[in-house]
Write a protein that binds this ligand. Sequence first.
Ligand code: ADP
Length: 274
Amino acid sequence: SLSKESPANDSKETANPAVDGSELIRFDKVTKRFGANTVLDSLDFTVSSGKHVTLIGPSGSGKTTILRLLMTLTTPDEGSIRVGGDYLTHEERNGGLVPAGEKHVREVRKNIGMVFQQFNLFPNMKVMRNITEAPVHVLGLSKDEAEERARELLDLVDLTEHADKYPTQLSGGQQQRVAIARALAMRPQVLLLDEVTSALDPELVAGVLDVLRDIAHTTDITMLCVTHEMNFARDISDEVLMFDAGRVIESGSPQKIFTEPDHERTRQFLSAVL
Ligand code: ADP
């Protein structure tokens, strides 16, 4: 029912397929191994569009691998992944499914943006060009269109004054905010955030999290985050998935997971990190 819509969706006046609560990401029985190490074990999960889902759990439990699979930086050994109803791992041909080709993968992946722990900005480009490069070369926007959009995003991440600087002239927190703007410039449906504050000096963390809170609360974008920032997770998440050894051992609202988890393993993990 409408009353169960997330606050982020309430202001939508027109039906937008990106935020209608339909399924945006689906993992079906995804298994990923590295040698003898089964990192993800027949994993099923779905993320509805417009939702903010946080993955928590001990180091090595497979969280980053999920984001890397979505970015097609790695591929599953078994199972399938769908984004917006399209297979990321497969494509349909002659009525059957075959492993996805490069062109198909590029199309599906256009819906996904990612921000990494290390900001990975282009060091030889000014902030403005870091943000406009892909919209111009991948989406085919004009330079003017791309720059106009970049200025809006620089405003959103509070870096209006820094468009003409090189990444090394910025703090780590500012660089990470540029990386967030750069990811959003491609207008993805999903934003993947992989421990985006872990590489930052402690005093720079709050600025980045504030920007992400703002994005979570004022845009329709779907978010999938891996984070050790439990207060942030509590603030922005619609759902929290607790991982252990490549499986989701429990999931629920942040209130549920952080205050009355069902599993002893979740309690142990939270008491170690909180
Ligand atoms: P998390 O994000 O929960 O810390 P990861 O998804 O990064 O966990 O890693 C899960 C497991 O997969 C770890 O045991 C890690 O060592 C292993 N792993 C990840 N990437 C590789 C790789 N490229 N080669 C071999 N093992 C890997």
